[in-house]
Design a protein around this ligand. Sequence first.
Ligand code: FDA
Length: 403
Amino acid sequence: MTQKPETYDAIVLGAGAAGLFYAGQAGAMGLSVQVLDHSGKPAEKIRISGGGRCNFTNLGTKASNFLSRNPHFAKSALARYTPSDFLALMERHGLSWQEKTLGQLFCDQKSGAIIQMLLDEMKAMGAVLKLGIEIIAVRHTDSVFHLDTSQGPVKAQRLIVATGGLSIPKIGASSFAYDLARHFGHEVITPEPALVPLTFEGQIKEQFASLSGVATQVVARAGEGRFEEAMLFTHRGLSGPSILQISSYWSAGEEISIDLFAGRSGAEALKALKRDMPMKSLTKALEAVLPKRLTEHLAGTGLLPDWPRLADVSHADLEALATTLSDWRLKPSGTEGWRTAEVTRGGVDTDGLSSKTMESRKVPGLYFIGECVDVTGWLGGYNFQWAWASAYAAAQASFESQF
Ligand code: FDA
């Protein structure tokens, strides 16, 4: 006997940050919602985020903190659901937070508390969550979405795709959103790993490996990206916040630039060393500014001239060296890839979506929210804020489309 499909106002695919948040919001407006996920546990990325404390938003969130082929796309949704709105929700659930650097907010009660809050919200609003379920086929006929799943058929007037990007496949990431988008005639901008360590090959890889664990404040640049934050040497290359940030702007084959004076005047810094330590060698004196192991490495690779006494060095030579050290050019061989990337850049092309509602311009009732959309935030809580804001926009639109 054919199983009769369960019927909902909205089916959400993906029980991650965006999908769970949508379910709570749409449920609160009276829509019947079912959330389906192929994983056995919901929102695993929230659980592992922010070192287990979930950097759930950034107080300074603006559209310019995101990469997208259309830099204006995120503006409307971000304006209508702000970090303060999410803080109000957390307060209602008795959760508190700490601000770390640069407006980044972390949950005092850890990531699990945020997941529980999202689950409590959606359940209180009557939404249903089904885990460990495979989506076998999706059809859109007579303005209704029909889904075949491993647990039988289900149908709804609205389909909300919130299956995220490709990073960290071992906790359930899949290309589902991109495949479905293409199936319904959408363009997909090539997904690539972002917020990811950069790797090097050959001699330079070995040299960096010997510096593994050394960290220093820099200004790192790639393409249009420029970030003043820490850089960390690793066994495979470079990491740390400044490198993760520029990885989103880096393309294979390009050079990156590192300012070892972290935005300060290198010439002034070197002249001050000459004034304060005239009898010291350049390598020794630089240890006042840079980690010792790094200065030794720079000397070993010939980047630092062999100046035994700074007193003997002309200001012109110091200025030339400052130029070199504030624009240290390196050519990464690649990135650590999907295994460690925090996010995916690229995704469902925003040209095919309404920026106000996240609804498809091609298929009424089909929505894409969260990371699967070509909107990629910087490191620092922006990606979760996008998940909340895009889900909120879609939930509002789902409610309004009932009338
Ligand atoms: P998300 O990935 O959260 O959810 C997608 C869901 O869809 C998953 O539950 C998955 O199982 C499910 N799914 C996938 N394919 C499916 C299929 N075929 N069928 C059914 N279900 C399917 N951001 C931030 O702002 N602050 C932070 O601190 C961090 N930290 C962080 C650390 C690490 C290690 C990572 C990997 C990522 C972060 N991020 C972050 C990024 C953040 O986690 C990410 O941007 C959001 O979780 C995206 O939310 P979504 O709901 O779009 O996807």
